[in-house]
Design a protein around this ligand. Sequence first.
Ligand code: SF4
Length: 392
Amino acid sequence: MSHSEISPSNAHRWMRCPGSVKLLRKVPPETESSEDASLGTRKHALMAQFAMLFQSALSICLHPTDVVAADFIKSNPLATDEMRDGIFGNQLVEYAEYLMHNPNDGKEPARVDIESFLDLSAVSPGMRGTADAIIYRHSDTTIEIVDYKSGSLPVTPHANEQLMLYMIGALQMTSDGLCSRKGGHLITIAQPSVETGPMSFRSVTVSIDTLRSFMFNAKTKAAAALNFKNPLRQPSNEACRWCRAKAICREYHGWVGADVLIDACDKQGNVKMSDQLAKRVLDNRKSITALIKSCQDYAVGKLNDGDNFPGYQLVEKSGRRSVIKSDAVTHELMFLLGPDALEPTGVGKLTRLAREHNVNLDFAITRGDPKMMLEPIEDVSEDFKTETGETK
Ligand code: SF4
């Protein structure tokens, strides 16, 4: 078993759909992470690094300021130009200040552990996790787990399986463990209200009794996922959303009506679809789109692994074009295009403006590295488009 099969960060899935764990073993591993994921990883690392810097400065009675945060990201190789130019520096300070000062009374906590390793083998053998931060308050009666989320989709701390598991791990490092009658304890999501806005901190209190019954449930689901011959597969929005087994999951296909759709496609001109079935397909169009994406990823994974995938191959395609974001390019565009250059501009719009103004704007466009893309071996139909389109 790989350690990440059953982990806090995927508990939202295996606790709802224990059968996903075994099914995912049949899916080729991910070959590359998305741009969003890699940006999220960088932001996470920068938040942790700056919070540690802040913590060591406080230990020698220095209070880091926004200026220090600006210097920190200016010289940090993990930071992107957008982070350096935007308000990410403020978010770093807001996050670190939240950790180091009690938001209610402004006092420093007794202890703050940043990037804290947690052993959760009491829930499932080999389970591990890393909490972004654990705050031990002065009174020593309350523990707070803080999790930073960089994405723009709001994440709720309410009944958040990942953070409940971190809390269990943190409590087990205390002398009383889950036998403590102290608390309740806090779980907090730190997330910018919008990507470019200030950091918001949403907390819920969780009692020891709730944690104990949650732990029992988690243990039962983890054991079922690993030990049952055919553990239950139970589709739901929360479980399936990020599950990479959609392509081969019969329960998902039935749930989103994909079986109806495939049947209709097989019959081509002789489709006899009732209004109710057509409605079911339309109601599930997002999930069906997710299924198509999952099938593409599955086929790419197999071909990358050196396996055969019937009727498809990987073909090298030139990289996406995008507009270069730099002061020099913006300045030059302003000179050539006037105020039009100040509007958000993608490659398509820039090409149109180049034609209208009769100027060459190639200097403002860059092309990403070539990528291997999925393509049918024969019958390259018009409607099969890989994702090499221009950035809009
Ligand atoms: S797609 Fe949904 S139902 Fe199927 S294994 Fe994944 S989480 Fe479970």
